[in-house]
Design a protein around this ligand. Structure first.
Ligand SMILES: [Zn+2]
Length: 229
């Protein structure tokens, strides 16, 4: 039983305006070749720091590694509850295989996992926006700075599966990696079992479905000035 089964799955169309606008569920973005790809709609909702730290996706990868961002992420997405596309579990599965093949621990860096479409490092249709890419700066005791080290681990990653894509060593920011290994699985969107896909693709106005939304609405109401006539 995966520990992510304890996490709530949300349809991003149901989330509050600021969050939904930052996650852009279902929107189409262009890749470098001009092909369009649809952004993910179903996310795990991570209520707090403890849950992020204590949820394992695989024996060696915790959920926290994939949602660790700094000020480059949209301000509304820096605080809990946080959201990560459900496909992150597939990424963790592949990284676990990669770790075994590399024979050493694999470290995902800050901003190296999920990046929302509004993250400052998001460009074109980066698979990071699908939760299916990881930037790795260190493997075991090897800091990935040299061409030799990056190409060695790129080869190991590519040998895992035809579905694994890496970026070549290079110096063009965003298009090649010169200080990390970038592993991605392309545009996987995962529809969790508990989701029915027959709902309209639009915000469900005035239908709070999640406890924290009810709580926020109550807090807002409580904060409103009392008027009397
Ligand atoms: Zn990357």
């Amino acid at each position: 039983m995966s520990e992510t089964q304890g996490l709530k799955v949300v349809d991003a169309f149901d989330l509050e305006d600021e969050i939904r606008k930052a996650l852009k569920p279902g929107e189409l973005v262009f890749d470098e070749q001009g092909r369009r790809h649809r952004l993910p709609r179903y996310f795990y909702e991570i209520p707090d720091h403890d849950v992020a730290m204590n949820t394992r996706l695989t024996p060696h990868f915790g959920l926290n590694e994939f949602i660790f961002v700094d000020f480059k992420e949209d301000a509304h997405l820096q605080a809990f509850p946080k959201y990560v596309p459900c496909a992150v579990r597939v990424l963790a599965f592949f990284l676990e295989q990669f770790r075994a093949a590399a024979g050493a621990s694999v470290h995902v860096q800050v901003n190296g996992g999920y990046r929302s479409p509004t993250h400052k490092m998001s460009f074109n249709a980066s698979p990071h926006m699908w939760g299916t890419a990881a930037d790795i700066y260190r493997i075991g005791s090897t800091i990935l700075k040299t061409r030799d080290a990056i190409e060695k681990f790129n080869d190991i990653a590519e040998d895992l599966s035809e579905d694994v894509h890496v970026l070549p060593y290079g110096h063009i920011t965003g298009k090649a990696a010169d200080d990390h290994v970038h592993i991605d699985l392309g545009y996987i969107t995962l529809v969790p079992r508990e989701i029915g896909e027959d709902r309209m693709e639009q915000p469900q106005e005035n239908r709070p479905r999640f406890a924290f939304e009810d709580r926020r609405k109550r807090e807002r109401r409580a904060a409103e000035p009392v008027t009397s006539d």
